[in-house]
Design a protein around this ligand. Structure first.
Ligand code: PHE
Length: 446
């Protein structure tokens, strides 16, 4: 086991924000958020989502931060050492998080692979093949073919390369540079979308709520999306907090992460929805929504191919800053609990994910007919992690910090925040978050 003195730390406070925001911001914001919003009625989903981020997301980020920084361990080790009794039982929750992280990476790598394909197509001037009336066929035949699997494996290889670089040189350095550039580009693209013909239809879909259309399943999806986008319930924020300096203000960092993450999701939606309606696509297209609409956006823009290349490059990189964060959960577990070195830990994790990710990549082609409970592998991993494993993990983390961790530990970790704020967070973790998660979870699944 690695002890806390030899453990790496993020070097700067900018690095802390860049890495946590780097984990949070990724395909979850730019790919998943628009397709979930589109499939669940638009504005009402967006409003619910924001409520979940504030009411459950922020306190839960704090809970993971508290566990990570006070134990300076991975999710498994954190539960085991912080639990006053029954450490082994609680550590099982850690195993759940590790399993979820592996499953998330397995489908996430496929979508990141689509982004690599679009980057390659933009660089070679062929992105237009994916736009216009032929867009469905072009996308479907790409995802059904061998290139989809190829890019998925490339993503896992790139992910492994950064992980081998370790915490400061790999994770922190990459995040510092990328996140600010992505932000600027997104603002430019969303402003561009506002000028598309018929943009207002997309904007009213996004901002004019119709709550009558909300089903319990949509409410569960909004909560699941909040967990997914904030990387919650599996131990990502926990492992990153274990690399924070003891001076990093936790509540402020949690708020900044949640605010920037939500801003990116909203910007991405402003970029996508006017275009969806302007180009006559369906907001309910599901996981392929963004990939079918983006090429048209770029095709209609001045210097569109340069913008497309820049955008997909950043999206590739933003997804890598997220894949490394979900992988670090597993890698840190293998290093700290099993005593492995970093290289074999990264190798084992990558090999397992390569196997599972191949199943997901082939879900659009040769394995499309293989269904478990009506889902393809890809859809199953996507649904089961966001709507089941992450909420369960989040609920248990909330209960654990709210009820089982010493108040003095919480107060020290959350200092120097005002006492009233600390109290609100503690109360939320004790009562509100577990109850809300449990009710929405059960209602949504039934
Ligand atoms: N939050 C990331 C995104 O929005 C995905 C993620 C989920 C990362 C879980 C880590 C853990 O893309």
């Amino acid at each position: 086991m690695t002890n806390s003195t030899s453990r790496p730390r993020f070097a700067t406070s900018f690095g802390v924000i860049a890495t946590t925001v780097g984990s949070a911001v990724g395909l979850g914001n730019i790919w998943r958020f628009p397709y979930e919003t589109g499939s669940n009625g638009g504005a009402a989903f967006l409003i619910l989502y924001i409520i979940f981020v504030l009411a459950i997301g922020v306190p839960l980020i704090c809970a993971e931060f508290i566990m990570g920084r006070s134990s300076r361990l991975n999710i498994f080790g954190a539960f085991r050492t912080l639990a006053p009794a029954r450490g082994r039982t609680w550590a099982a929750v850690g195993c759940l998080g590790i399993l979820a992280a592996v499953l998330i990476l397995s489908f996430y790598a496929v979508v990141a692979g689509w982004t690599f394909e679009y980057l390659a197509e933009s660089l070679t001037g062929h992105l237009n093949d994916f736009s216009g009336p032929g867009r469905h066929t072009a996308f479907d035949s790409f995802t059904a073919g061998p290139r989809c699997l190829f890019w998925t494996l490339i993503v896992l290889a790139a992910n492994a390369a950064v992980l081998l670089g370790g915490v400061r040189k790999g994770i922190e350095r990459v995040s510092n540079i990328l996140m600010p550039i992505l932000f600027v580009l997104l603002i430019a693209l969303s402003v561009n979308s506002l000028f598309l013909p018929g943009a207002s239809v997309g904007l009213s879909f996004l901002f004019r709520p119709d709550f009558s259309a909300l089903t319990p399943a949509a409410v569960l999806s909004a909560m699941g999306q909040a967990f997914f986008s904030l990387s919650l319930g599996v131990g990502t924020m926990m492992i990153y907090a274990s690399y924070f300096s003891s001076r990093t203000p936790l509540i402020r960092s949690a708020l900044t992460t949640a605010a920037l993450d939500t801003l990116v999701a909203i910007l991405a939606s402003i970029m996508i929805f006017p275009a969806v309606f302007s180009f006559g696509a369906s907001p309910e297209a599901g996981p392929k929504l963004v990939f079918e609409v983006l090429p048209d956006i770029f095709a209609g823009m001045p210097a569109g191919s340069v913008a497309a290349a820049a955008f997909f490059l950043l999206l590739v990189l933003a997804s890598i800053t997220s894949t490394i964060s979900m992988s670090e959960i597993v890698v840190a577990f293998l290093i700290e609990q099993w005593g492995l070195r970093r290289i074999p830990a990264v190798a084992i994790h990558t090999a397992i994910c390569a196997l599972l990710a191949s199943l997901c990549a082939l879900s659009f082609g040769p394995l499309a007919h293989v269904k478990i409970a009506g889902f393809t592998f890809f859809n199953l991993f996507d649904f089961a992690t966001s709507n089941i494993l992450m909420p369960i993990g989040g609920c248990l983390i909330s209960i654990f910090v709210g009820w089982f961790i010493d108040r003095s530990v919480i107060n020290t970790q959350l200092a120097p925040a005002p006492a009233a704020l600390i109290r609100i967070i503690t109360l939320t973790l004790r009562y509100i978050a577990p109850a809300a998660i449990a009710i929405i979870f059960i209602a949504g699944l039934v």
